[in-house]
Design a protein around this ligand. Structure first.
Ligand code: SF4
Ligand code: SF4
Length: 91
């Protein structure tokens, strides 16, 4: 089973407000932008034209990896409110 098949099994309830915030000034200076390739759900995208990180927070799997690897401590990460966020189905 590949990652796309696994992601298809995940259910989300999207919060109107993001639970992931970045400090764009830090991201702009960040050389490696590791968030754009370690996130399993491709939440972070670098927009070269606008010189900013786009955060597709509604796809977040709540694994917490981005918060650990961000070298600039730019990510403010919280669990989504109430019943919002991801639901995993096992089996
Ligand atoms: S790794 Fe951190 S500082 Fe760098 S682009 Fe991603 S969120 Fe911004
Ligand atoms: S918590 Fe995990 S899935 Fe969510 S944005 Fe960070 S790395 Fe991606």
């Amino acid at each position: 089973m590949n990652i796309d098949d696994k992601l298809a099994k995940v259910k989300y309830v999207t919060d109107e407000e993001t639970h992931l915030k970045v400090t764009q000034e830090k991201c702009k200076k960040c050389k490696q932008k590791v968030c754009t390739y370690i996130c399993p759900a491709n939440v972070y995208e670098w927009n070269e034209e606008e010189q900013r990180i786009i955060v597709n927070y509604e796809n977040c799997l709540e694994c917490g990896a981005c918060r650990i690897v961000c070298t600039e401590k730019s990510i403010e990460w919280q669990y989504p409110k109430g019943i919002s966020g991801v639901t995993y189905k096992f089996g």
